[in-house]
Design a protein around this ligand. Structure first.
Ligand code: AMP
Ligand code: GLY
Length: 423
């Protein structure tokens, strides 16, 4: 079968690496892909949000399965687009329809969903321009710190954590006034939870689900989790503080109510659900849903899955995930993200990357790279994810960190401390 994978990051590199190993994968196309994905298939230069362009490739290349990596095409309705087109309707798409992707696309919707289905989460209320005065008043008695969230997709920048009421009131006005565009036309005001974060993922066919290995992501740019938030600077899987008992609680309190809630609400969901969790006093709380896999969590999670990924996707599309038994490697994965100097602020692209052939104990999953005239150059903020799979977490961390040091480009930066806090 020919397969089309949409996206261009480290997550998609890990998917492509794994899918290309499947006996069911004839030709793999990655659109647009990056400088590394050509090792697993053919890159096609298109924008995944241009559904007509996606359609043209699907028909031309006789694609039998479409896997959507990022959230944007899902929130924009790519799965619905396929179902509404008579030439595409029979082609399975991994990723939810609009009605399911809204779990990520609208924080207000997802908070209401959690409340409706009894899923533990931070207390919150939502406000719009019409209810601004009420919102300002509500803030006056709010405990500190205060979390403000733009309702819609804001490229990971729509969450603000504020230490005083005046600042929160000012930010609420700015957000409702258009600071994040339409994404901020509704703002969720939320109680701040203190705890340690982790990510849990399921793949669901709407009826059944499999729980993938959990992971922890390191979001801050600086050593010891300091400085600005990024898309993610590294990840580990498994997560040592997620005991079997804790993960069972996650399943009972959060995963099962979510799957049942989707059914109750008549949302037919096919694809990944990413549960952004926080452990507070040993109990799991749900901070957010994403309708896709995490990046760089995927780069640590996928290498631990021993099943054929294409078979998993076909079982998802055919609603027979109940027949699948997931086999997870007991090994430990660690991923260190190498980023461009300046990221997550302004940074330069087009820097020649060397040393990718010198890795000793790790794999390189390209993210923001491009192949130009036989040379790999940087082409984004997060450039290459270095993943190592070893018997112990310490070994995995050491190997990934040492191998990240073997890659070079002008201005490169990576965190040398990813995961060591957990040892
Ligand atoms: P989100 O986009 O909802 O994942 O929020 C981004 C990040 O903000 C999360 O990964 C947390 O680190 C932080 N955050 C969001 N909501 C809360 C909360 N209620 N309490 C504490 N931290 C939060
Ligand atoms: N690493 C967090 C995310 O993918 O949203």
């Amino acid at each position: 079968m020919n397969i089309l994978l949409l996206g261009s990051g480290g997550r998609e590199s890990a998917f492509a690496w794994k899918m290309s190993q499947s006996s069911q994968c004839e030709k793999l196309f990655i659109a647009p892909g990056n400088g590394g994905t050509t090792a697993y298939g053919k890159n096609i230069n298109l924008d995944p949000n241009n559904f007509e362009a996606v359609k043209a490739v699907v028909l031309k290349e006789n694609i039998g399965l479409v896997v959507v990596g990022p959230e944007e095409p899902l929130v924009n309705g790519i799965h619905d687009f396929f179902l509404q087109d008579e030439n595409l309707a029979g082609i399975p798409v991994i990723g939810p329809k609009k009605e399911g992707a809204i779990l990520e696309g609208s924080k207000d919707f997802s908070k209401q969903f959690m409340a409706r289905h009894g899923i533990p989460t931070a207390k919150s209320r939502s406000f719009t321009n019409q209810t601004l005065d009420e919102g300002l008043k509500y803030l006056q008695t709010h405990v500190l710190p205060i979390v403000l969230k733009a309702d819609g997709l804001a490229a990971g920048k729509g969450v603000l954590i504020l230490e005083n009421i005046g600042e929160a009131q000012k930010e609420l006005q700015l957000m409702l006034g258009g600071k994040f565009g339409a994404a901020g036309s509704t703002v969720v005001i939320e109680e701040f939870l203190t705890g340690i974060e982790l990510s849990v993922f399921v793949l669901t066919d709407g009826e059944n689900y499999v729980i993938l290995p959990e992971a922890k992501d390191y979001k801050r740019i600086g050593l010891a989790d300091t400085g600005l938030n990024t898309g993610g600077m590294g990840s580990v899987s498994p997560v040592p503080f997620a005991s079997e008992a804790f993960l069972k609680e996650v399943e009972l309190d959060i995963i099962i109510p979510t799957i049942k809630g989707l059914k109750k609400d008549k949302i037919d969901y096919t694809g990944f659900i990413f549960f952004g969790l926080i452990k507070v006093n040993e109990k799991p709380y749900l901070i957010e849903y994403n309708c896709r896999m995490g990046d760089p969590e995927t780069e640590s999670v996928i290498p631990r899955i021993e099943n054929d990924l294409v078979e998993l996707f076909l079982a998802t599309a055919q609603k027979r995930l109940n027949e699948v038994k997931l086999t997870i490697s007991p090994k430990n994965a660690a991923t260190v993200m190498i980023v461009a100097g300046g990221y997550p602020g302004d940074y330069e692209k087009g820097k020649m990357i060397t040393g990718l052939d010198n890795l000793r104990e790790s794999m390189a999953f390209h993210a923001g790279t491009i192949a130009e005239g036989g040379v790999i150059k940087s082409n984004g903020g997060r450039v290459v994810a270095i993943t190592s799979l070893q018997n112990t977490q310490f070994e995995a961390l050491q190997c990934a960190t040492a191998d990240a040091a073997r890659v070079y480009f002008d201005g490169k930066y990576f965190r040398e401390d990813i995961g060591f806090d957990l040892i």
